[in-house]
Design a protein around this ligand. Structure first.
Ligand SMILES: *Cc1c(COP(=O)(O)O)cnc(C)c1O
Length: 349
């Protein structure tokens, strides 16, 4: 890395703290959801870290993400793909791979291809309309299960951003469906994502299946004070110029930017090519505990308005205040943080 390259500082201790805390306080095993590059934390490093801590289950959304984990060749882990995959034959090649069965036709297809039910988790949908076998199809499912006397690796449902009553309602319905299908047909039972972990007990469940809370990116309204944030986007000031000597700041005519000739601008080595969206223009950064505005973002670099106290080599942090950033960008923190791409190194500290 060059002295002024940005990097994502990933606090190992905080991820481990969250993992241990959730496991102990919820009294369930954890399926660590590491999709979207582990919500920006770096999928490979995070998986290795948690595997060393004893985590045996990882979940991703795409087969491509699962392959990244499988390539690490770690012992005693399973990788669950949450969305339907076309390449079901891969399950025969990789014993560690497991899938969500998101519809009756998924199930029929998997069975016809000779996929082992010990690699399948049935997913029941209670009306979010994303993925899953619908309540109206349960009778059909029950028939297939009984006719073939099937036993699965797991059964699951997903809780969305619904009201607390709806969550409790789903928890009960899910539990009843499992009783009807036969509890001993499933080794694992899981329903709670991060919001669910905070809101409900997870009656009858063996595992929690969470991402954002594990990494300390809590959602507003679902907050646990013991959870710790684990990533910080930091870099160094690579150069400082006086505005009066410049015609352009990056690609922008200085008249078009809200700055004065008496101002100074600092160049930093991060831009939209790194996943820092141009929509973050005018957001505040932190240098030496003081806030400074990022006024222009280009492909490889960006500019911050600074004062005389800021020097080349000083540390700068972006998205220091997540609530402020959420408020400004009008999207959740796990969106803008997971957009920071692979050109920014993840450094476990
Ligand atoms: C993303 C996802 C999760 C994890 O959600 P968090 O809110 O980040 O905990 C769990 N289950 C499914 C099916 C998902 O798609």
């Amino acid at each position: 890395m060059a002295f002024d390259d940005f990097f994502m500082k990933v606090k190992k201790e905080n991820i481990l703290h969250n993992y241990r805390y959730l496991k102990e306080s919820k009294k369930k095993e954890i399926i660590a959801v590491v999709k979207a590059n582990a919500y920006g934390h770096g999928i490979e490093q995070v998986v290795k870290l948690l595997q060393e801590e004893g985590c045996k289950y990882f979940a991703v959304a795409r087969i491509w993400e699962a392959k990244k984990i499988l390539r690490l060749k770690l012992k005693n882990i399973k990788v669950l793909v949450l969305e339907t995959i076309e390449e079901m034959e891969l399950l025969k090649v990789f014993d560690e791979l497991e899938i969500f069965i998101n519809s009756i036709s998924d199930l029929k297809k998997a069975l016809s291809k000779g996929i082992s039910t010990s690699q399948m988790h049935l997913k029941i949908d209670f009306g979010f309309g994303r993925n899953g076998i619908l309540e109206s199809e349960i009778k059909k499912l029950e028939k297939i299960i009984q006719e073939n006397d099937l036993k699965f690796k797991g059964i699951a449902t997903h809780l969305f951003d619904c009201t607390h009553e709806d969550m409790l309602d789903i928890e009960n319905k899910f539990d009843k469906i499992i009783s009807n299908l036969g509890r001993d047909r499933f080794e694992m039972i899981h329903s709670q994502n991060s919001a669910g972990v905070i809101s409900i007990e997870g009656k009858g469940c063996t595992h929690i299946r969470c991402g954002t809370i594990l990494f300390g990116l809590q959602e507003i309204g679902y907050y646990d004070p013991y959870i710790k944030r684990s990533i910080f986007l930091v870099g160094k000031i690579s150069g400082i110029k006086e505005v009066k000597n410049l015609k352009y700041i990056g690609y922008e005519k200085k008249e078009n930017l809200n700055i004065l000739d008496t101002d100074k601008v600092a160049k930093i080595r991060i831009g939209y090519g790194d996943g820092l969206s141009k929509r973050s223009e005018n957001i505040m950064s932190i240098i030496n505990n003081k806030k400074y505005k990022i006024i222009h973002i280009s492909m490889d670099s960006s500019f911050v308005v600074v004062d005389d106290s800021v020097k080349v080599g000083d540390e700068i942090e972006i998205f220091h205040d997540l609530e402020e950033a959420i408020d400004y960008l009008k999207v959740p923190h796990y969106e803008f943080l997971s957009c920071i791409n692979d050109r920014i190194e993840r450094v476990l500290i």
